[in-house]
Design a protein around this ligand. Structure first.
Ligand code: GDP
Ligand code: IMO
Ligand code: MG
Length: 431
């Protein structure tokens, strides 16, 4: 029996998970998403083309590999259909190798409306949600009123759909949300609903499975399985910067509930971090830069959301947060992405501790959102050269290797590979 390996983000998302999963896929038989939904935007680049995936696992471009959407994931049928069609235009027929858990929950158009209504009600303390309906759909899951993929085959699906929609409309009214003016992609709720219903036909063309049996059988058959995380540690519902988080378990433990595997079946845990740090949406970010350096990171790193197009907030790498992420997730291997973005920096800073009310600490405090946090910074000399053409770890500039060695020493986890461009071919494994 093999163990399931896990790959997840250690910061606030967009660390390059899609790219690294794509690079690792040749080593695996099955790639499985375990949580999140269309709030994710995972970018892959190869042969000069860029692809962005939201719900579909990042192994989809390798047609001899099975891709699985687990029970912990949320599916928005219309976004799903659009992804399937975009893949088809690129010659990828996902019906061949994409399996879907019958227990994955559905995002209804009215969940998306409720996302907007909740954000509006929060006013200045809004989360900065991607407005894909994530919070409301997971709320209904926990409240035991959600609809699942398997339900679309049931005779009473339509009835249950309308009951839930009516509940949402009532809630919107309570929040004084203007339903008539609400639009999704320029469409009214009713127009979007029509498209959504039509998109269920696309969903029905796929293999619906009892994915917990499926995945455990794969492990018993000694197949290699990789669980692909979405969002990231610091957006986790329990351990992230609550309430500025997403509504799922983004951590290693989420693999067990999101796919139905036992904790003892978890193997390696690969954590991804950028060589700096970004965050999109609201919430605390102690190392955020508001100066030209921050703007340079944003411009050089093309730091704009793959799902919403919003500019990402940028700052220095945050070691207290990274150590916390390694602890909570049991990270065994680190992947560092995007050091190339800082190629021209004469000096690079790393936050190694926080100073809170005059006290130095290594811990993420409960009061993360409310108390002023001063990052304690250590400076490193930049490498000030291009990394293009580097093929081995030893060829990386000595300044960068020193920076990476400090990350290893500070987290106690070894780096397995460094990514130096968006392209699939530019990942340098440390021997
Ligand atoms: P994900 O959500 O974790 O899959 O990450 P995103 O796709 O949202 O954001 C990562 C962005 O960085 C994408 O635009 C990638 O193409 C890009 N990227 C990934 N790795 C590297 C790298 O090593 N260097 C550079 N410059 N860009 C990278
Ligand atoms: P990937 O998988 C970055 C952020 C949103 C918002 C908060 C809650 O591409 O790394 P939600 O829509 O989940 O209710 O939004 O979480 N967020 C992400 N930030 N990358 C993501 O996914 C994200 N998914 C959600 O910006 O602050
Ligand atoms: Mg992303």
């Amino acid at each position: 029996m093999t163990k399931i390996d896990v790959l997840l983000g250690l910061q606030w998302g967009d660390e390059g998970k899609g790219k690294i999963v794509d690079v690792l896929t040749p080593d695996y038989d099955v790639i499985a998403r375990f949580q999140g939904g269309p709030n994710a935007g995972h970018t892959l680049e190869f042969n000069g083309t860029k692809h962005v995936l939201h719900i579909i696992p990042s192994g989809i471009f390798h047609d001899d590999k099975i891709n699985l959407i687990g029970n912990g994931v949320l599916i928005e049928p219309n976004i799903f259909r659009q992804e399937i069609e975009a893949l088809a235009e690129k010659g990828v027929d996902a019906t061949r190798n994409l399996y879907i858990s019958k227990k994955a929950h559905l995002i209804l158009p009215s969940h998306r409306m409720m996302d907007a209504a909740n954000e509006q009600a929060k006013g200045n303390s809004r989360i900065g949600s991607t407005l894909k309906g994530i919070g409301p759909a997971y709320t209904d899951k926990i409240a035991r009123s959600g609809l699942r993929v398997g339900d679309i085959m049931a005779d009473d699906f339509s009835e249950r759909y309308h009951l839930l929609k009516v509940q949402h409309l009532q809630m919107a009214q309570t929040l004084r949300f203007d339903v008539d003016s609400f639009r999704i992609d320029g469409m009214t709720l009713d127009q979007y609903e029509e498209l959504w219903m039509h998109s269920l036909d696309t969903l029905r063309r796929f293999r619906f499975v009892n994915s917990e049996y499926f995945i455990n059988q794969c492990l018993r058959d000694d197949k290699k399985v990789l669980a692909e995380g979405a969002q990231a540690m610091m957006l986790d519902i329990d351990f992230g910067t609550y309430p500025f988080v997403t509504s799922s378990s983004t951590i290693t433990a989420g693999v067990c509930t999101g796919l139905g595997v036992a904790p003892s079946s978890v193997g390696r845990v690969m954590g991804i971090t950028k060589a700096y740090c970004t965050r999109v949406g609201a919430g605390p970010f102690p190392t955020e830069l508001f100066d030209q350096t921050g703007r340079t990171l944003c411009e050089q790193g093309h730091e704009f959301g793959a799902t919403t197009g919003r500019p990402r907030r940028c700052g220095w790498i945050d070691l207290p947060a990274l150590r916390y992420a390694c602890m909570i997730n049991g990270v065994t291997d680190l992947f560092v992405t995007k050091p190339d973005v800082m190629n021209n920096f004469p000096q690079i800073n790393m936050c190694t501790a926080y100073e809170i009310e005059g006290q130095r600490t290594d811990e993420i405090p409960f009061e993360y959102n409310t108390v002023p946090i001063t990052p304690v910074l250590t400076s490193f000399e930049g490498w000030q050269c291009s990394l293009e053409g580097t093929t081995s770890y030893d060829q990386l500039p000595v300044q960068l290797r020193h920076y990476l060695a400090t990350i290893e020493q500070q987290t106690g986890v070894s780096i397995r590979a460094v990514s130096i461009s968006p392209d699939r071919k530019d990942v340098i494994f440390k021997q």
